[in-house]
Design a protein around this ligand. Sequence first.
Ligand SMILES: [Zn+2]
Length: 96
Amino acid sequence: MSNLSDYQIQAIEDGYRFECPCGELLNSIAAAVRCKKCRTYAPLMRGQFVVDIAKDKVVFGSILSREEYNERVALHDIAIALSLGVFKPMPITSAP
Ligand SMILES: [Zn+2]
């Protein structure tokens, strides 16, 4: 536990050892999977993984690779652009 901060050590002693993608420490894996703060602070990773900081081990799901994360960000950007109407349908024009 030498890599842990005083805050994390205290959280473990208090029973809050499960870390969600946004970094919140919760008292169960189920609570970490459903973390409400992730909606705001880690929307692309919500429910993706849970780390037991007492064991420094992923105990639910898996951490995305850099490529998987970048792909998710790109898809999210496209979804936002579509929802904002950034992309317009191409007008159908007849050939001159
Ligand atoms: Zn969270």
